[in-house]
Unconditional design. Structure first.
Length: 560
């Protein structure tokens, strides 16, 4: 508006006594000052707005990642991977763009408009009122559309997550789909999700407009509808601003004819409103973007608001006994998994968990490591309730070998080193030998420096399992959890891994889950988990004489 002020004074001079040399210097200086102010404000905007927002966005992503470390596994059981990825990547990007580009311009325009409006009232309140009355009405129209926009944007976002999840699932399951000739049927279902996403995208852009169904029936019309829908709320509000020019001209003409204002004042108001509504039109677009970003903000806040698993950071137990005391657990309020489970896994002994599929064995092992928190009862480690210990401090004392091994697209050395991040190469090699990895690593083209592909794609199941055991050897933790570590292996690989495990578990507190009785032949104690309860427990010899589940399992597997 500074150049507008210069033009106002220049017009006064031209209509009055003319422009002298002193005034020319004034106008030149004014133009130079205007350019300097523009440069300074733009430079400040980049540093105070854009750079600060990018830094904040980085902090937001890191905070979300740190939050993920503290969340119980039950959270991940309810969330799809694509949903989490969308939150960390897409939602953060939308928030970043909104607050770096739209928010600053929106509030800057509002503040400058208020200042200009106050200035106009200082000149003539009647002309000012005729000029600015359309501004709050237009803002209110867009602001009131927030709830409608959020509803459609949330629907669109949910469909997007379904779409991304479907695409990811299709890629991961492509081998199984092809082997069952099911890829066509699956892709047809994916097409339905994609079409649904397109409809929801259009709906989110259009808002609540009659005849939407007719628009989205035709794919070609969807593109037109998407372009049209961007302005569904904003353009009418922008068009309404034009009424301000008309009322300014009408009121000004009446006042001018009545001799109540001068030509210069009338000219100035026409000039100002021509500049006043342009940034305000952009402000309405920015307000629409701020409204739409609310869905993304809510999604990130939802993750941050989840109750985190916390506890004391320092934990040095006097012993390594793990005791379950009347433990109950529910994934959801109506989904009881465990009920009144009690047993003790003593240090230096192997405690085997057996039972029918779905009985709760894996859940017991996860609770022992505080992957989840118990619903009732308590679990103690060395006499201390593990619910009072930070999960990361607790897990320093655990080595865990899962049935499904997770490997990374890196060298074998680095995949084993995950067990102990500061381990030397010699320590890694020693752990690999103890896990019987040398035999297959020596056949690889680059030995320990071989890149094994995503999730160990270049290795067999037994080889991947042995790398997992090598990690456990390297960590050398006092507690070992083995969850079906040999369930899907052939006899040769199972024998090799059994040899590795027998070295790994010496003098440790060991909890092992198995279906094969030969896997737990040397167990000191067996706990039968059946229907979510500790059905029977004791030494193998004791259970043989009880003619219970363990006895039946032995009998069945001998027949095989």
């Amino acid at each position: 508006m500074f150049p507008v002020g210069l033009l106002y004074f220049l017009t006064q001079d031209l209509l009055g006594n003319g422009v002298n040399s002193g005034r020319i210097v004034f106008y030149i200086a004014g133009i130079i000052v205007s350019l300097l102010l523009i440069y300074i404000t733009q430079y400040w905007q980049y540093n105070a707005t854009f750079f600060s927002t990018y830094k904040e966005s980085g902090v937001r992503r890191i905070t979300l990642a740190e939050t993920l470390r503290k969340l119980p596994l039950s959270f991940f059981g309810k969330k799809d991977l694509s949903d989490l990825t969308t939150t960390i990547l897409n939602d953060c990007t939308v928030i970043e763009h909104t607050f770096s580009h739209q928010a600053a311009q929106y509030y800057g325009s509002i503040i400058s408009t208020i200042i200009i409006a106050i200035s106009l009232f200082a000149f003539d309140w009647r002309m000012a009122l005729a000029s600015v009355w359309v501004l709050p009405v237009s803002l209110l129209a867009v602001r009131l559309s927030k709830r409608t926009q959020n509803r459609f944007n949330k629907s669109k976002n949910d469909t997007r997550v379904r779409l991304e999840d479907g695409v990811q699932e299709a890629i991961e399951a492509l081998r199984d789909l092809k082997s069952n000739n099911a890829e066509t049927e699956y892709i047809d279902g994916l097409d339905d999700i994609i079409n649904d996403y397109e409809k929801k995208s259009v709906a989110a852009e259009l808002g609540d407009i009659d005849g939407l169904d007719d628009i989205i029936n035709d794919y070609e019309k969807k593109s037109v509808a998407a372009e049209l829908g961007v302005a569904a709320f904003v353009v009418p509000a922008q068009m309404f601003l034009k009424f301000g020019i008309a009322t300014t001209a009408l009121v000004g003409s009446a006042l001018l004819l009545g001799g109540q204002i001068t030509v210069i004042t009338f000219f100035m108001f026409l000039l100002v409103v021509s500049r006043l509504y342009e940034p305000m039109a952009g402000t309405l677009i920015n307000l629409g973007a701020l409204n739409a970003a609310q869905v993304n903000i809510d999604r990130t806040n939802e993750m941050n608001d989840i109750k985190k698993q916390e506890g004391k950071q320092e934990f040095t137990p006097e012993s390594f006994d793990i005791e379950f005391k009347n433990v109950g657990f529910e994934y959801n309020d109506d989904e009881t998994v465990l009920n009144d489970v009690s047993f003790t896994a003593k240090q230096g002994e192997v405690t085997a968990l057996i039972g029918p599929s779905g009985g709760g064995k894996t859940t017991v092992s996860r609770l022992a490591a505080r992957f989840w928190d118990v619903t009732k009862g308590r679990i103690t480690f060395g006499g201390e309730d593990i619910a009072t210990v930070d999960p990361e401090a607790l897990l320093k004392h655990y080595s865990i070998v899962f049935q499904d091994v997770t490997l990374f697209n890196n060298t074998i050395t680095e995949n084993i080193r995950i067990g102990k991040k500061d381990a030397t190469d010699e320590e890694v090699l020693n752990a690999a030998r103890l896990a019987n990895c040398d035999e297959f690593i020596s056949r690889l083209p680059d030995g320990y420096n071989t890149i094994i592909g995503e999730n160990g794609a270049k290795l067999s199941g037994g080889e991947r399992q042995r790398i997992s055991i090598a990690r456990a050897f390297l960590k050398d933790a006092p507690v070992i959890l083995l969850d079906e570590a040999t369930a899907s292996l052939d006899a040769e690989n199972e024998t090799l891994i059994q040899q590795s495990l027998s070295r790994l578990i010496k003098n440790k507190t060991v909890i092992i889950i198995a279906h094969r009785m030969r896997t737990i032949a040397g167990a000191d104690k067996i706990v039968v988990i059946k229907d979510g309860k500790s059905d029977e427990q004791g030494a193998p010899k004791e259970l043989k004489n009880r003619n219970g589940f363990y006895t039946r399992m032995l009998s069945l597997q001998r027949k095989e």
